[in-house]
Design a protein around this ligand. Structure first.
Ligand code: NAI
Ligand code: MG
Length: 363
């Protein structure tokens, strides 16, 4: 087939393999219904179990191997026994940085039927896209640990904000806001971080001049955290730094249905390298192997894969199907108050996709 998308699957640890299996099921179903494209999945055994056996999180030439793929579908990495900074830096961050995936896209959208802990908030009022800087900033890994272990030891963790890095993420966000005809909010902290965030705010203002059609707002991160909870409708497209984005998207996940629903995409916009799609939850060792993990976040990230390949209509169909099972409330995992298994939920989502298509054809 002409349109064959080659996907590298790094299922990883804990519930990673369990939830990805369901996402793959859904992608296969979509390809089958569409008929004009197909997926080829190649599995890589990397992660903490691999580390326990081989002393490394991935093969030495791992990035080289991954280069040949159109996208990477990642479950979760991390397991008790392997320090989290090793599993994170030697796999996830290696891929994000090595493939210049400088955009992290996290939709925070309250789907129909999704649980929301906020009072007096309607579904339409929680609908934003957070665009997080994903390559430098506070997570650049720059710093030093001097006089380690001595009474006068000193630790430095340096934020790195380059003009190229700040400008490209802000520009990406403006383009997205323009495309969607939505407002753009920058979240920073120029009062306390008197170099990095003053610079961020300056670049935001500079780039804004090129987009007079885009309504802009700028908030300090602490105030933004409050508004996420109190008035989430203030936010449509949001752009922010690596650290702030990490934190506020977990807050966002909490107001939009919980970790079981939150997905994130790591995008290399130039498409020189593969982009990577993942549920944002971790490996959940406490429930691993029990077939009760919620696969909806992994399935949502599968819908982001469809968007990325230009099949946005199918991406929406997948979200519709997730909504349908949440509204019906019959087939849900325990974290959403149900009694179904991971597999049953995945199968229900895949099945619904067909019924939507049939409705379309008939009506
Ligand atoms: P976690 O997200 O794995 O779990 C937090 C809580 O949420 C647990 O009670 C878990 O059972 C529950 N949970 C998470 N995903 C769920 C799902 N799909 N369905 C039902 N319940 C779910 O975060 P935690 O416990 O802080 O980290 C566990 C390990 O995962 C650590 O090693 C950590 O480093 C790693 N991790 C990896 C990430 C990644 O690969 N992107 C992201 C976050 C953590
Ligand atoms: Mg996080």
């Amino acid at each position: 087939m002409e349109n064959k998308y080659k996907i590298a699957v790094i299922a990883g640890d804990g519930i990673g393999p369990e939830v990805l299996e369901e996402g793959i099921k859904v992608l296969k179903k979509v390809a089958e219904l569409d008929g004009s494209f197909e997926f080829e999945f190649t599995h890589f055994p990397w992660g903490c179990e691999y580390y326990a056996k081989h002393g490394k999180m991935m093969d030495e030439d791992g990035l080289e191997q991954l280069k040949a793929f159109d996208a990477i579908y990642l479950g979760a990495v991390g397991y008790p026994g392997v320090p989290d900074h090793i599993s994170l830096w030697d796999l996830l961050l290696k891929i994000r940085k090595g493939f210049d995936q400088y955009v992290n896209l996290r939709p925070i959208k309250l789907l129909k039927g999704a649980p929301c802990p906020l009072k007096d908030v309607t579904r339409e009022q929680v609908d934003m896209l957070v665009i997080r800087e994903n390559s430098e900033g506070e997570y650049a890994g720059a710093g030093d640990w001097l006089f380690k272990g001595q009474p006068h030891e000193v630790v430095l963790q340096t934020g790195v904000f380059s003009r190229v890095g700040v400008e490209r993420i802000i520009r990406y966000a403006f383009e997205e806001a323009r495309k969607q005809a939505k407002s753009l909010t920058s979240i920073s902290k120029g009062n306390a971080l008197n170099y990095s965030m003053v610079f961020w705010d300056q670049v935001f203002e500079e780039v804004a001049k090129e987009y007079p059609d885009v309504q802009t707002y700028s908030y300090l991160v602490d105030a933004a955290a409050m508004f996420f909870v109190k008035q989430p409708w203030r936010f449509e497209i949001v752009v922010t730094s690596n650290l702030f984005g990490d934190i506020i998207t977990d807050l966002g996940a909490a107001i939009a249905g919980g970790l079981g629903l939150a997905a994130g995409a790591n995008i290399n916009p130039t498409r020189e390298y593969p982009s990577m799609f993942e549920p944002i939850h971790g490996s959940a060792p406490d429930i691993a192997g029990q077939n009760i993990a919620n696969p909806l976040a992994a399935i949502w990230s599968a819908s982001q894969i469809l968007d990325f390949f230009g099949h946005e209509n199918w991406g929406i169909e997948v979200l519709n199907s997730i909504e349908q099972i949440m509204v019906e409330g019959k087939v849900l995992t325990p974290d959403m108050g149900g009694r179904s298994t991971t597999k049953e939920v995945g199968e229900a989502v895949a099945r619904n996709i067909r019924s939507y298509q049939i409705e379309k054809i008939n009506g």
